[in-house]
Write a protein that binds this ligand. Structure first.
Ligand code: KIV
Length: 290
């Protein structure tokens, strides 16, 4: 990547900054699927903070400010208590921390289901107050009218079908979906309905692999899998899951790092040094200049 320089006026130093890069757009994401195929799979990760976005952004096509932040950041038992204000605060931080990826913000439970007009009121706040490019909402056939209403009014929507965590009480848990023929057919119908309603892409979560392959081949819009299939047009994971922040992760997560071990190891060493007074050293204290 070529570099340009910006002047930091407080230090008079010229800091190298990445060359300004054009942000990807929703139509560019949609165009990656040509005649039912995506030659270069779409890369999506969740991000909740500005610094996390800075680190992930160069490697991703899309950053999702997922309502999974309820559990990951706030320690809530599910995504249900997440509010629109929480999503907006984190969405704005992620937009500020990124310059390349399309940023999508999840519509939290209770902010869009009542009616298309209610969804528009909530989604337009998200778009205006965060600067994100699109919203994501859960639900298939039941949300088709809402997806159409938002899309026709300039709000790009990514749909989310299969295992939909906001419906955990109705589904009875987070187990894989589409095992029975009846459920297989219902999820196929959900996927068709959201695509016909104008969703620009769809997240397909926690479904049997054969169903994921069928849906990816059936739809013209990109299908982003999570616990679905490598055949999908792209993949998404919760970043903290793949970074190894938690002891327990769903079966579909591949853990690429052990960030929990790194953090607790550093805290352990710091605590020991504070207790035996070996921190701070001369390097970390202020003294009059001689
Ligand atoms: O909230 C979230 O992080 C999500 C992804 C898991 C797709 O919806």
């Amino acid at each position: 990547m070529s570099t340009t320089f910006t002047l930091d006026t407080s230090t008079s130093r010229a800091n190298p900054t990445p060359a300004p890069m054009k942000r990807l757009t929703v139509p560019a994401i949609q165009r990656r699927k040509v005649e039912g195929r995506t030659n270069e799979p779409l890369v999506m990760l969740t991000a909740y903070t500005a610094r996390q976005a800075q680190l992930l952004d160069p490697h991703c096509d899309m950053l999702l400010v997922g309502d999974s932040l309820g559990q990951v950041i706030y320690g809530l038992p599910s995504t249900l208590p997440v509010t629109l204000d929480m999503m907006i605060a984190h969405g704005a931080a992620v937009v500020r921390g990124s310059y390349h990826s399309v940023v999508l913000v999840d519509m939290p439970f209770g902010s869009y289901e009542a009616s298309p007009a209610h969804a528009f009121t909530s989604a337009s706040r998200v778009m205006a107050e965060t600067g994100c490019a699109a919203v994501k909402l859960e639900g298939g056939q039941a949300m088709a009218e809402t997806i159409s209403f938002l899309s026709r009014r300039g709000i790009p929507v990514m749909a989310h079908v299969g295992l939909t965590p906001q419906a955990v009480n109705a589904l009875g848990g987070y187990g894989a979906r589409g095992k029975s023929q009846e459920e297989h057919a219902r999820i196929m119908d959900d996927a068709k309905a959201v695509a016909n309603a104008g969703a620009f892409a769809v997240v397909l979560e926690g479904v049997m692999e054969d169903l994921a392959i069928e849906i990816t081949d059936m739809l013209d819009i990109p299908v982003i899998g999570i616990g679905a299939s490598a055949h999908c047009d792209g993949q998404v994971l919760v970043s903290e899951d793949m970074l190894g922040m938690f002891e327990r992760t769903p079966r579909f997560v591949k853990v690429y790092e052990n960030i929990a071990g790194t953090i607790s190891g550093a805290a352990e060493r710091y605590a020991a040094e504070v207790r035996n007074r070996s921190f701070p050293t001369q390097d970390q204290v202020y003294r009059p200049k001689k």
